[in-house]
Design a protein around this ligand. Structure first.
Ligand SMILES: [Zn+2]
Length: 246
């Protein structure tokens, strides 16, 4: 019961905190930053939610600085052929300007990447995350939206197009009831809806997956939110809830 209370408090804290500030996570450099190395059973065993978050923020800092680690993809293909031990699962938008492994400076076998328009959550995404967390053992689930998101703009404007219509409906709760006159041309509103959409998605994961909820409550996995800045390449990640800093 105590852990449940802590998790609830953590989620509440996520809501109350200044969202999407620069990551505050401090953790010793983890094995995955070893140049050209791949994730192994041993590196995953040593990983924690805080270290996983640090590995991502550290990688994004390298990306922004133009100092990406040297990486031999061919060697990594060979080294990961017998199994995968990724440390994080990232739910993000399909936008071609936000390629996950590149913006976090990660290689083959490092992270699960689940992408769709508007980083929406459905049963298939939840199932994928449950596989990542329960079966493979990732330590971090990161939901990442981005600035200037076309899907968010479409939801704001009430776009209707084939199967896209039902996808955009999933973003509508983040739009809320009141849309400014400029609609999707209001950059500040688009940014706000994008952030709210990420926050609601992370809450949905926790609420709709008893498997992930149990892992979060027992501090084995953390859920964090992020926004990718299309203009700068920078990812802003909310710091981990206190109860998940282990
Ligand atoms: Zn997008």
């Amino acid at each position: 019961m105590r852990s449940r209370t802590l998790a609830a408090a953590a989620l509440a804290g996520m809501a109350a905190a200044a969202l999407y500030g620069q990551a505050q996570a401090k953790a010793p450099a983890a094995a995955p930053s070893k140049a050209g190395g791949v994730q192994t059973q041993a590196t995953l065993a040593e990983m924690t939610p805080a270290k996983a978050l640090f590995a991502l923020t550290d990688g994004n800092a390298r990306f922004v600085a133009g100092q990406r680690e040297p990486r031999d993809y061919k060697a990594q293909v060979h080294a990961t052929a017998s199994g995968q031990y990724p440390f994080a699962a990232i739910v993000s938008c399909m936008d071609s300007r936000a390629p996950v492994e590149i913006v976090f400076d990660r290689g083959i076998g490092d992270v699960f990447s689940i992408r769709n328009a508007g980083n929406v959550i459905d049963q298939d995404v939840l199932g994928s995350l449950e596989y990542a967390a329960q079966v493979v053992g990732v330590k971090l689930i990161l939901v990442m939206g981005h600035t200037h998101c076309g899907a968010v703009k479409g939801a704001i404007d009430g776009v209707q197009l084939g199967n896209l219509t039902q996808l955009l409906e999933k973003i509508r709760p983040a739009v809320g009831g009141k849309v400014p006159p400029a609609g999707s041309k209001d950059d500040a509103f688009v940014a706000k809806v994008g952030r709210d959409n990420v926050f609601l998605a992370s809450q949905e994961i926790y609420k709709k997956s008893p498997i992930i909820k149990a892992l979060v409550d027992s501090r084995k996995v953390a859920i964090a939110n992020a926004m990718y800045d299309i203009d700068t390449g920078k990812v802003s990640i909310e710091k981990l809830p206190e109860s998940n800093k282990n």
